[in-house]
Design a protein around this ligand. Structure first.
Ligand code: T5A
Length: 215
């Protein structure tokens, strides 16, 4: 997918509390050690408008949130993020490191909310055109472990407050996506000790990026 001169687009995914933020820091250190100019961002979010939409999506509400409303808000935030941040930076040769992207929509809205694949694929085509991540790191973990870690950090947000079977579907959908797009995904077992997860992730990513010791 990456063309000559264009930056690489790397995304990281997984259920709540799986350690994305922690491992993103390790990926940043790897890119910095290679002198690669990158931009770190997240979804939903990454621009002023998209961060406001994130707040709407994640805040607890007295009103039941319709699943299609949630889906459209996510793609609205994504459209703005792509137009303002992701696409211009990739085109200018900068790498983009993004905490979640459309695989999260397939997993959470498609799997978790059971909206299915088709309408997500339609929105993906409309909002993204040909844009897809070059590499996606999937940190895989039993959802209960991740949720327990997230709960230790403080109050749960609207999506974190879903039932256990929701997160089981999210995880299963992620694993199915990883099989379907095996050329793009790196699946890392995130149940190990932090240092071991980091070591495996960096070794696999270094290899996937074709970095050699001389670089
Ligand atoms: N969403 C998002 C959708 O529904 N659809 C979409 O299309 C998109 C893009 C926001 C929410 O939006 C939803 C999904 C989410 O519900 P988010 O901001 O990425 O997504 O929120 P979280 O997934 O909740 O991210 P967190 O920041 O909560 O979790 P992380 O980053 O995965 O975990 P991290 O690194 O903060 O670690 C959590 C704790 O565990 C410890 C860490 O030290 C930390 O305390 N930890 C470990 N402990 C032991 N062993 C290890 N290996 C550990 N790794 C980390």
């Amino acid at each position: 997918m990456s063309q000559e001169g264009r930056g690489k687009f790397i995304t990281i995914e997984g259920v709540e509390g799986v350690g994305k933020s922690t491992q993103l820091a390790a990926i940043q250190r790897l890119l910095e050690s290679r002198g690669i100019d990158y931009h770190l961002t997240r979804e939903p979010g990454g621009t002023q408008i998209s961060e406001s939409i994130r707040e709407l999506i994640l805040s607890l509400s007295d009103e039941d949130v319709d699943a299609n409303c949630e889906l459209l808000l996510i793609f609205a935030a994504r459209a703005q993020h792509i137009a303002q941040v992701i696409e211009p930076r990739l085109a200018a040769g900068q790498w983009v490191l993004c905490d979640r992207f459309t695989d999260a929509t397939y997993a959470y809205q498609g799997g978790g909310r059971q909206l299915g694949v088709e309408r997500i694929a339609e929105l993906e085509a409309m909002v993204q055109g040909e844009l897809r991540p070059d590499i996606t790191v999937l940190l895989d973990l039993e959802p209960q472990i991740g949720l327990a870690r997230a709960a230790q950090r403080g109050a749960l947000d609207r999506i974190e407050s879903e039932q256990a079977d929701f997160f089981t579907r999210v995880r299963d959908t992620y694993l199915a996506l990883a099989q379907q797009h095996a050329e793009r995904f790196l699946v890392i077992d995130a149940s190990a000790e932090l240092v071991d997860v980091e070591q495996e992730l960096l070794a696999r990513l270094t290899d996937k990026l074709g970095f050699t010791d001389n670089e």
